[in-house]
Design a protein around this ligand. Structure first.
Ligand SMILES: Nc1ncnc2c1ncn2[C@@H]1O[C@H](COP(=O)(O)OP(=O)(O)OP(=O)(O)O)[C@@H](O)[C@H]1O
Length: 303
């Protein structure tokens, strides 16, 4: 549905491009997980799709039509559920929905139907008369979701929609977002929580410094890495394990990305011969987080 090809963007006066030749596609019925460290270019990309930034280089097309033309003929086809709360705190849930429905030019029976459908979808019925400022963090996120869905968009972008919510609300939001794709919408989902992306995305795009580092199905990305042995034990000599593969320390956990021909059993045997006791050991393919960290490196992003 959405095809981005070679998108480049430089903020006025910026030394470096925020987006440098980004290409990706979002399909109906599918959740695309968009991952990148701070400053990678995610918000800049989403701002293009929300119509807030002009295309400087490359192209963005919706079903083969340039984004700007598509937005002109159908401004509500793409919706963004932003990171910040996008409602009026002084208004109740029902008043907010009515206000945003009217602003989105919904009227009459259609307006009533959409408000009822989105209230039910976000399970907000019991809170219709509660002022938005008095909702819990999870309910505020659900109101954000309901507002974004009012115009029945075909492509929905979620920018870190679960920040500050408890595990129950997070599970609810993830299920709800997944069900949008199941019902036929195209969904783009950004989050810093890798386990969320693993839970709901079919495809994953990892970007950094404005470039796409990896684009593939979740299964491809998880299966094309080496086997990883994680060992939690105090006092292991990490240098002695380097002959088995790349070794990474994470607190008291050592992670060995096995080199070809090396076995997990040999790593565990080598740790035991050091005379330390293993508290916990795990063997498996690398997780999305391992892949992400190895692609984007571990350095902190302060810019
Ligand atoms: N308004 C702006 N003017 C100049 N540079 C900007 C502006 N907004 C963002 N940038 C720069 O563009 C680059 C991409 O930033 P962007 O906000 O798109 O990253 P991000 O992946 O969304 O990061 P985060 O995870 O922190 O939200 C960064 O180097 C950032 O400093």
């Amino acid at each position: 549905m959405l095809a981005i090809d070679g998108l480049g963007f430089r903020y006025p006066g910026a030394a470096q491009a925020a987006l440098d030749g980004v290409s990706l596609q979002a399909r109906r019925g599918s959740v695309l997980g968009l991952l990148g460290p701070n400053g990678a270019g995610k918000t800049t990309l989403i701002s293009h799709l929300a119509g807030l930034l002009p295309v400087q280089r490359g192209s963005v097309q919706v079903d083969g039509v340039p984004l700007a033309d598509s937005r002109r003929t159908n401004p509500t086809r793409i919706a963004v559920a932003p990171q910040e709360y996008a409602f009026y705190p002084m208004l109740t849930v029902a008043e907010n929905l009515a206000c945003f429905a009217a602003a989105g030019r919904l009227s009459g029976a259609r307006q009533r139907d959409r408000i009822a459908a989105c209230t039910a979808f976000a399970q907000l019925e019991r809170f219709s008369n509660v002022r938005a400022e008095n909702l819990s963090g999870g309910l505020k996120r659900r109101l954000n979701l309901a507002i974004a869905l009012l115009p029945e968009p075909e492509l929905v972008l979620f920018d870190e929609p679960t920040v500050g919510v408890d595990p129950q609300s997070r599970a609810f939001l993830l299920d709800a977002i997944r069900s949008l794709a199941t019902a036929g919408a195209a969904v783009i989902y950004t989050s810093h929580y890798m386990e969320e992306i693993e839970a709901i995305a079919d495809r994953v795009v990892i970007i950094d410094h404005g470039k796409v580092l990896r684009d593939g199905s979740l299964a491809e990305l998880l299966s094309d890495g080496p086997m990883v042995v994680s060992v939690r034990a105090e006092g292991v000599d990490a240098v002695a394990l380097q002959s088995f593969g790349e070794v990474e320390a994470d607190g008291s956990v050592l992670r060995v990305r096995l080199a070809p021909g090396r076995s997990a059993a040999a790593v565990l045997a080598a740790v035991e011969t050091q005379g330390v006791s293993i508290e916990h050991a795990e063997v498996g393919r690398h997780t999305l987080e391992h892949l992400f960290m190895s692609l984007t490196k571990r350095s902190l992003r302060d810019d």
